[in-house]
Ligand binder design. Sequence first.
Ligand SMILES: Cc1cc2nc3c(=O)[nH]c(=O)nc-3n(C[C@H](O)[C@H](O)[C@H](O)COP(=O)(O)O)c2cc1C
Length: 486
Amino acid sequence: MLQARKASAEPTETQEPLREALARFDASGELLRIRGAHWKLEMGTLAEIVYRQERPPAILFEDIPGYPSGWRALSGATNSARRLAIVLGFPEPAHPLDVVRAYRDRMKTHKPIAPRVVKEGPVLQNVLKGDRIDVLKFPAPLLHEQDGGRYLGTDDLVIMRDPEENWVNCGTYRSMVHGPDRVGLWMSPGKHGRQIREKYFKQGKPCPVLISCGHDPLLFLAGGNEIRFGLSELDFAAGHRGAPYEVIESELYRLPLPAHAEIVLEGVMHPGETAPEGPFGEFTGYYAGGRSEQPVVRVERVYHRDDPILSIACPMVPPSDFSFSKCVMKAGMIWDEVERAGLSGVRGVWVHEVGCARMFNVIAIKQAYAGHAKQAALLAASCQSGSYLGRFVVVVDEDVDPTNLDEVIWAMCTRCDPAEDIDFIRRHWSGPLDPRLPRGVTWNSRAVIDACRPFDMLGEFPPVVQASGELRSKVAAKFADQLKRR
Ligand SMILES: Cc1cc2nc3c(=O)[nH]c(=O)nc-3n(C[C@H](O)[C@H](O)[C@H](O)COP(=O)(O)O)c2cc1C
């Protein structure tokens, strides 16, 4: 019998979150099983086909040609409001902002929980060393036609210890297969994993790493979003599930190995040892990063469960199999961060999928003072979760639904005077994946768009042409029969 995830911070001893979540997705019609899809281009193309449909499910690839039956790959685990609610332990949402609000409420009492160190766990069911190591033992997909190779880590968790401050960072960074015991990691400048790797390399030391390629979807939500520097994603995600993760000290570098992970590589990057990485179809819908020399991980151990489930994320022109989940998480995180910075009056935040879940973000406020809207815009554009690779931030009044693009564009067209109300921030944090940047440049500019009624015109701004709620309900009720769709 499956236990529902608790929405509170009460401890739950559920240690099989991925497999339990799968069963719950299945029971709620949120899982599509596809048999016989090949790792070479078929899994990636199927993800593209499914994610162009209305209300796309998660996809479980079974019977993958060339791999033992029982070995599976999973795409899109967190990518619907319902699946997110299952993973985060929230009530079934009626509107995407319900999940964002539930996240906001959770964060008011959220406390990070450190992992519990144990000696055993299913991830140790198979431990491969020496000649037995072959990362292509797993169905690492070639996702897109112009990709430079197969990627084992797309929806992964790269676990590293800061050599100076001793905390453990976990981030989702793609890992390309170079050979049976070699993978390349692509980490954008400024990412915590990259900062940590640079600390080792500056000291002339190798940088140890674990790469988990199948684990609790909550860890994916934490690993793929910008949590503050110094807070371990293992502790952050445990705070959401209300119980510590069980981890085993890895054999070689004593890094925390999630005891219930599906597949984990352990290895080390040596200063100066690189290989050509990419190109890879990216979340902006382009191959902007191209091919470049990137550090190589020498894989020295492979840990995996029996019948492992490889999790995959397939970037593409949005929407993708992970973009919706990023929108919800980012919206919740930006809302949380701007309020923690002291901003009042926030009524909603939404990050739009069409903006690649980073580049078109909207914040709705109830204006209380002159300058309030600009303060909201600048905070939303610069907080940790809204900063990297952003482009446009729009502030709207509380009567505009930030999730509704029609309403947002209408507000921009009718309440914003471009010369007065659009400002630019220059040299902001971006990266090589920004398709608009020349090679080698990793900062960009932002447009912050005040699409609120000007504060000094609030009293005289023309009223909106719209039936009152009361009139609308009365008339709708009176003509209900005739309004019914044929
Ligand atoms: C599916 C997915 C793939 C990602 N791939 C990469 C990547 O290859 N390199 C990178 O620097 N960031 C990538 N990101 C973004 C980072 O995971 C994200 O910025 C995260 O906050 C990084 O962790 P950090 O904040 O600890 O640096 C990806 C995110 C997702 C959701």
